[in-house]
Design a protein around this ligand. Sequence first.
Ligand code: SAH
Ligand code: SF4
Length: 356
Amino acid sequence: MDLENLEKVLQAEPKYRLKQANEAVFKNFISDWSEATFFTKELRDKLNKECPLKIEADLLISEKEDSIKAKITLKDGFKIESVLMRHSDGRNTVCVSCQVGCPLGCLFCATGKMGFKRNLTTNEIVEQAIFFNRYLKKIGPSDRSREGLFHGVTNVTFMGMGEPFLNYDNVWGAVKIFNDYKYFNIGVRSISISTAGIIEGIKKLSEGLSREAGSRHAGHVNLAISLHAPNDKLRRELMPIDKKYPLQDVLKAVDEYIKETNRKVMFEYVLIKGVNDSDNNAKELAKIMDRKLYFVNLILYNKTPQTGQAGSFEPSDTKRVQAFRAILEKLKIRYTQRYRFGDDIQAACGQFATSK
Ligand code: SAH
Ligand code: SF4
């Protein structure tokens, strides 16, 4: 898909034509301009030539059909991954990528192992959700959707490839389009951004979405912090970015964010066998997480071919996870454990890696 020339192609047309074109793409999710029958045949042909809507992608569907991974090929040949997760309550969450690769190189992460290639544009981020909306439209209403209506993407998480706060402006541009009632109309509370702890980004995010054009549900999107260790010594080993942004500074920025927004913040903690899953780790974690509006999200480490080579990381075993949880419970820490979607198609967290 390439909309770079859209305004140019429609330059000679009345102004409302551009609005119609945008609505056709971002709201009605047409996949070919021939569907835009409100345009003349000539204009449709011209648009198909100069602003192609086709999204190149390979699909992988999990056995339970609740998660679908798309490997999308970009204009310059780079590939990115996004995943659609279909929840039993009818929600459809798309996990989007915001960079090709990631410069932060966390040891346990497949994307980090790829290195950094480039930032995605706003359109390339939005395109991922468009792809899945077209997909959902095509497969038609399923028994998961109410009253047989088309239910497209209802939630977006920035938890695919890349660090959102190292591509803030383009990520924010995408958030605005997702939120815009003229387009995706996804409420701020159904959009989540996960960061490895880039403080400038946390600060900027506290400004939130104002009620400017298109924003019906103004406010703050959800913030998640990738924590993964309860102290700098261990965190630094797993996440090199901790040297630049130490834990205490990140937590201070989060506290300011909470003071400003009064929103809860999710701390993600990947449980890796023998690395960060001891009783002591749990106690230390409880100590720093015992604050108002802090929530812990435990994630079982997903083994990936890429990260497998680097270390000998394994997911914590069930007994250890139970003991870890028991300590958090005893110390009254609010936590959840994330359900694993798409393990069989390498579509779970940290399993995003592509080659050109
Ligand atoms: N760069 C951002 C967002 C993308 S990563 C961040 O790090 O927050 C999305 C989530 O998946 C992060 O919490 C990340 O730490 C986690 N993750 C990475 N590799 C993983 C793995 N192998 N198993 C489980 N979770 C992983
Ligand atoms: Fe980048 Fe996030 Fe992976 Fe770390 S966990 S390498 S920040 S994508």
